[in-house]
Every structure is written in structure tokens, then in C-alpha cells.
Design a protein. Structure first.
Length: 540
């Protein structure tokens, strides 16, 4: 121990002078110093134990005694018994559910050095024999080592060699910790692993481990997997053929035109470039990972895209007979699906779907899924209304109905503004009384549209000459708006039955997504379109 018994007792006495502790409370030294690790910078960690069924605070007190940082925690015997019972219950059901903080608290107590209250400390430690705890720790580390090794095998097959090597090294650390636990070395923090191996004294095993502390490539991966197996962590043999690509609950595919969107948990929308979309559409869930890659002929380096889908939590991998591959790094940052920076493509919503940077892109739309769905439906509906109000305007001008024409012309401004705001993700929309002015919310790139909309005066319409000029300005506004929102392909839905059916097909694509996301539908009739499967409800 880096502190002599005299130093330790002096620090303990000075600590007890500064904390409220009853004379009959036991006191132990925990942590790295108690384990005979540590260094001059290590904290001095004390635990005070009260023989009681009540609750004492979990949060430690931090003191500075004799030039050292001292951490003081308190526990009652009732709290300790509850900790040990929770550990046993979870270990009996599923060892992976044990949280590292619970294991750490139990281990630190079981490995502690008694300062006072020998009988009470012995009584507490007897509640969970060291051999039983070591067995739990070996299983716990073994679980994570197995998952890390399987992840490494998968990433190697996907061509992600650096990442595969990193997971192989992590799995090897976890496998050595499992092996060390079976030798009675249960301290959780891996930074003292070298001293644990020295204390175990198996020079050959230690040498094999240290020889693989760095490396890359398929041979390195194979060597790590072999040592993991030799250390007693089974379930990694058989190679990549044991892995299959599986569906993830809550992940759904939506295609609008040629754009493939993937929705995750009804919260996030990912837009896929054309190549990424082909790769996604080629995946047959339940097929082995090698067969999944072999089945793709029209995509270069398909493994990279599958790895992207895996990182984003859009697919999962399963090991034959071993369930989902769920790697994690205890005592590190939580693992799981990542969320990349939102796409910078603007506008966020276009008629054909979200924009992407390139054909291999898998980009996070910078809107919550519900807002994305609602904005897309409003963009689509704005295009329908543009056709409607232009038709109304033309009819009113032809009959000299100037007040009707004024209102129709003003509505063109409104629906263009609604569509443009929707394309940039504004939802809910401002009221019609303010919608044109709220174009100020949008970036400078729409300034020409904003300026044109502000310059159009619909109140002076009263002659065929004025109507001709105004109609030209409005059609230019519509063209600019549709160009900005990717809506130039929108059919002239008042020209023919076929064009109207094309309009319904576009609307149906977006309405299905909006309904799935529980977004507000733009009009009541939209529900009828959903019910009819995208067709007119009355046509035989």
C-alpha cells in the first residue's frame, strides 16, 4: 500500500473530526489504494458503515486532509444488503443488466481495508462471498468481450478495418478482465490491469495479451479472437457466417419518387442518396451478412454503407443462436445508435423528398420526424392549391369578375408563401394574415422570391391589361417558388384526369408518411385519400 498504516490512521482520524459519524460506525478504505495500486495523486476513499436499515446519502463528501483529496461515502447495512440482493437478482436473470456503478460499489466494499469496526465489516462482507462476486464479474466481463469480438468480426467483413481492430482490442481487454476475475482480481477500472496481471503472475498469458495491444488487419483480428477464446470467452468461433442482418423495431422505409427516406423511432428522418437507397432496398432481413454483401452488384463497396446503417441503428446484426450483437464499453461513453450532424442541405423539404449531398449519403434531416412529415404534406398541398387558385384567377379575369380576381390573385401569394415556408421546415405555419411577411424568417437565398412577393399588388386589379401584367408576375412567382422547393415536376392537375391522378399519387406518398408520424393532415379530405389507397374514391 502506498500509505503506511500510521499515515492512513492519521488521515482517517482527521477525516472523522470533520464528518458527522457515530462512534459505532465502521470505517474502511476503498478503491485503488486499498487494492495496493494507486499513486501519490490517488484519492483516499473512505466508506462509513452504520448498522441500520435506514438510508444514508449516496453523494460523497469531499475533504482535503494532510495534503490529500479525501472522499467520504456512507452506507447502512440495509443499503448494502439491498445492493447485494439487486446484484444477485440481476445476475441470475441476465448478467448484462448489471450496471457498472452497482458492480463498482460492491467490489470496492469487498476489496476494502478495515480502519475500524472489524466485526461489522466482516459481517457485511459475509453477505456476498468474494468467490461468488468474482464469478459474477467473470460472466459480466465475458458477456461484453463476446459482444465486442462479434462486432469486430462484422466490421472486418464490412471492410471497416480500423474500427474492427479497435473493437477487437476492446474485446481483448474485456476478455482479460473476465479471466482475471476468475483468478480473484475483480477491481473494475481497467487502468490498473497491468498491476493486476503482475499480481496474478501468469507471465505467458500476460505476454500474449501485451503483444496484441496494437495492430490492425485481418491477421490481427484473428489473433485477438483466438486469444479471447483461449481466455475462456466462448461464442465467437465460426466467423462472419454466424452473423445475419436483421430488422430494427421502429425503423420504417418511406419512398417519395426516387428518394428513399428511413424513419427511426418516429423521431428522426434519414434521406438516402441514390446509391445508398439502392443498397438499402437490396437488404433482405434475416439473410447472412456475407450473402447480403454478395447479393449486391450495382453498388461499389457495399460494406461501407451497411456499416453506416449499423452505426445509425437502422439495421442490427444477430449471431446465430446468440441474439442481437450489442457491443458496449463499460466505464466508457454509452454506445448505441449515433445521430450525425443534421444535413446542411436547404431547403429541408422538397417535393421529391429531402435533399442529400451525394449518391452515397445517409443524411439526418434537420427536423423532427413529425415536423418533417407535416411540412412535406403542406408543401404538397400548397402545390395543389397553386393550381386551384390560378384556375380560379383565370376564370374570374375571363368574366371580368375583378373583386373575385383580386382575392384569387392574393391567394396565389399566400399559397406560394406557405409552400416556401414549409420547404424550409416552418411548421405550424403562420396565419394567412402574416404568412407573406414571415418569409423574412428564411435565409438570403430566397431574397429574390421575397422581393417579388412584396412587389406584387393585387388590390389594383380592374382591367384585362392589369390582369395580363399581374398574371405574368404571379406565374413568375410560382415558377421561382417551385424551382426553390423542387416542385417543377408537379403535374398541372386541372388539365386532365391523368394529371389529377398523378397529383393524388404524389399526395398519397406524403400523406402515408404524415399519418404514420401522427402529423396533422392539411385537410379532412386527405383521410379519404389515405383510405382509398391513393385513388379517387368514387370512380369505378
Amino acid at each position: 500500500m502506498i500509505l503506511s498504516e500510521d499515515q492512513l490512521r492519521r488521515i482517517a482520524e482527521q477525516t472523522l473530526e470533520q464528518v458527522a459519524a457515530a462512534p459505532d460506525w465502521a470505517m474502511v478504505l476503498e478503491g485503488s489504494i486499498a487494492e495496493c495500486f494507486g499513486n501519490p495523486s490517488s484519492d483516499v476513499d473512505f466508506l462509513l458503515i452504520a448498522e441500520d436499515d435506514g438510508e444514508l446519502p449516496t453523494m460523497p463528501s469531499i475533504l482535503f486532509v494532510d495534503g490529500r483529496r479525501v472522499e467520504v461515502r456512507t452506507r447502512t447495512t440495509g443499503q448494502i444488503a439491498a445492493q447485494f440482493a439487486e446484484l444477485r437478482a440481476k445476475a441470475a436473470r441476465r448478467v448484462s443488466t448489471l450496471h457498472e456503478d452497482l458492480l463498482n460499489r460492491c467490489q470496492r466494499l469487498l476489496g476494502s481495508h478495515v480502519i475500524r469496526g472489524d466485526a461489522l465489516v466482516a459481517k457485511v462482507k459475509a453477505m456476498l462471498p468474494a468467490d461468488e462476486f468474482a464469478g459474477v464479474m467473470a460472466r459480466w466481463w465475458g458477456h461484453y468481450a463476446r459482444q465486442s469480438a462479434r462486432q469486430a468480426i462484422a466490421l472486418g467483413a464490412l471492410g471497416q478495418h480500423e474500427e474492427a481492430a479497435a473493437w477487437a482490442r476492446s474485446g481483448l481487454v474485456q476478455a482479460v478482465k473476465a479471466w482475471a476475475a476468475r483468478q480473484g482480481e475483480t477491481y473494475l477500472e481497467p487502468k490498473w490491469l497491468s498491476m493486476q496481471l503482475d499480481r496474478i503472475g501468469d507471465a505467458e498469458t500476460a505476454a500474449r495479451y501485451w503483444s496484441l495491444s496494437e495492430g490492425s488487419g485481418q491477421q490481427y483480428l484473428s489473433d485477438c479472437i483466438q486469444l479471447t477464446d483461449d481466455l475462456g470467452v466462448t461464442g465467437c468461433a465460426g466467423g462472419v457466417g454466424q452473423l445475419s442482418v436483421e430488422r430494427v423495431a421502429g425503423v420504417t422505409t418511406w419512398q417519395t419518387g426516387d428518394r428513399v427516406h428511413v424513419v427511426r423511432d418516429k423521431r428522426d428522418v434519414f434521406a438516402l442518396g441514390s446509391t445508398a437507397g439502392r443498397m438499402w432496398r437490396s437488404i433482405v432481413f434475416g439473410r447472412s451478412l456475407p450473402d447480403t454483401l454478395a447479393a449486391v452488384t450495382a453498388v461499389d463497396d457495399p460494406g461501407e454503407l451497411v456499416a453506416d446503417f449499423l452505426r445509425l441503428g437502422l439495421v442490427r446484426l444477430a449471431w446465430r443462436g446468440g441474439g442481437t450483437v450489442s457491443p458496449a464499453l463499460p466505464l466508457g461513453a454509452p454506445t448505441g445508435p449515433i445521430s450525425p450532424p443534421p444535413s446542411r442541405a436547404r431547403p429541408s423539404v422538397q417535393l421529391h423528398g429531402a435533399e442529400v449531398g451525394d449518391d452515397r449519403a445517409v443524411e439526418l434531416v434537420p427536423l423532427p420526424a413529425t415536423r418533417f412529415g407535416a411540412a412535406a404534406m403542406n408543401l404538397m398541398w400548397s402545390n395543389v392549391l397553386i393550381e386551384n387558385v390560378l384556375e380560379d384567377l383565370s376564370g374570374a379575369v375571363a368574366r371580368g369578375q375583378w373583386r373575385v380576381a383580386q382575392l384569387s390573385a392574393h391567394r396565389v401569394l399566400l399559397v406560394c408563401a406557405r409552400g416556401l415556408l414549409s420547404a424550409y421546415g416552418v411548421n405550424p405555419l403562420p396565419p394567412d394574415s402574416d404568412v407573406v411577411r414571415r418569409l423574412r424568417l428564411l435565409p438570403e437565398e430566397v431574397q429574390p422570391i421575397r422581393a417579388l412577393a412584396a412587389s406584387i399588388d393585387t388590390s389594383e386589379l380592374g382591367s384585362p391589361e392589369q390582369a395580363k401584367s399581374l398574371l405574368a408576375d404571379l406565374k413568375r412567382l410560382v415558377a421561382l417558388t417551385r424551382t426553390a422547393t423542387g416542385s417543377l415536376v408537379f403535374p398541372s392537375s386541372f388539365d386532365s384526369t391523368r394529371a389529377w391522378e398523378q397529383t393524388l399519387a404524389i399526395g398519397y406518398d406524403w400523406l402515408r408518411l404524415g399519418a404514420y408520424l401522427d402529423a396533422d393532415l392539411p385537410i379532412d379530405e386527405a383521410r379519404d385519400l389515405l383510405t382509398s389507397g391513393g385513388r379517387q374514391p368514387h370512380v369505378a
